[in-house]
Design a binder for this molecule. Sequence first.
Ligand code: EPU
Length: 427
Amino acid sequence: MMDRLKITGGVPLQGSVAVSGSKNAALPIMAASILADEPVTLENIPDLTDVTTLGAVLAELGVDVLPQDARRLRLTTFDFSATTARYRLVRRMRASFCVLGPLLARRGYARVSLPGGCNLGHRPVDLHLRGLAALGADIRIERGYAVARASRLRGARVNMLGPHGPTVTGTANVLCAATLAHGTTVIEGAAREPEIVDLAAFLMKLGARIEGAGSPSVTVRGVEQLGGARHRVIEDRIEAATLLLAGAIARGEVCVRGADPRHLTAVLDALYSAGAEIEVLPQAVSVRARGNLRAVSLAARPYPGFPSDVQPQWLSLAATCTGRCTIQDEVFPNRFGHVAELNRLGAVAEVVEGACRVRGGALLEGATVAASDLRSGAALVLAALAAQGMTTIHGYRHIGRGYDDLAAKLASLGANLPENVELTHRP
Ligand code: EPU
């Protein structure tokens, strides 16, 4: 597998590109299929290694994951007795932990490896476990595994708010578990992300009774059984934002088809403040950036705030703008692994006491850099588009975890990717 991407920057991007289905909606929805007693068909599933990894986790849990035509999966449970998600797979992708709630609720027992280390800093799962315990599960940590038991969960009042805001996948785990509990669950401090709303929409198609998804208080009335469904996952707002920022950093004009502007408010506000021209259509968003943009300070916050998953890319853009700004991340306060690599390309940025100070106006020049995780990789790709000369980004596999053929999409907008032959993210 080729694990690097070469980009010759300085070419303005021009054109229109379609956004793929949302990774962070697809993964919890695939995991939630464990709850269904009948087959589930999922459409608009992005082609990503994270989707393949979760497919492997589900296969070990007795779910047949059958790819249909492009971007469509059919999931059918053939064995309701499997209950262990092993470390070997879970450590590759934290979102595998989303099988815990569905397994516990549908099969009465779950043994799921704790996810282990992460490049974004300390990422505990205490809120997931506390939430499931509030529903009556007996939860223990045994040799690196979360082991949960409950013959039938009971509805309860649960709070998902942690020190850095609500937990997104924790809300997903508890929401799934509550659908089959006896009685009513009220999830307070719930994550409000569009991916949670999409998960709830999917669960309701299976027969779940849910009110309030997208607000901080979600009510779930438990049912005895869930059936099958067909569901199309929402478009990926983080990919859409990344493509818009690519257009802005390359001082071009890019239209992202399929992007839902309602999910992009904070990103579009920030682009507008920077001086980019934005055009919003019901199912597309365009950005046009000519000449100088202004560096805009921001803090990433839980939805509807500016997404932490776009903070690294914003930092790249800020480095090319006029003026100074400060960037913080209240969701993952230490998510600044990309700063040192961006500095290799000529960005002038330093992290002081949890805030990144950026001095804009840097002339970026091509260099060899390394991606350490998905979004830091995207930030490097963006900076490379703006840099004079060639940049080599090692660790392209991180980008393939969460972007459905980013290289091909950028090439279609005119980016100069000299070795864009057989770029593949298949494992
Ligand atoms: N937290 C706790 N305790 C918990 C869970 C989380 O203290 O039990 C803290 C975290 O350490 C963090 C904050 O709460 O400081 C928010 O974490 P959250 O649980 O919301 O993150 P997540 O559910 O593990 C999802 C996305 C991430 C995205 C974050 C924040 C998926 C599959 N993953 O992670 O996506 O950054 O929400 O929006 O939905 C990515 O796509 O690159 C990515 C990392």
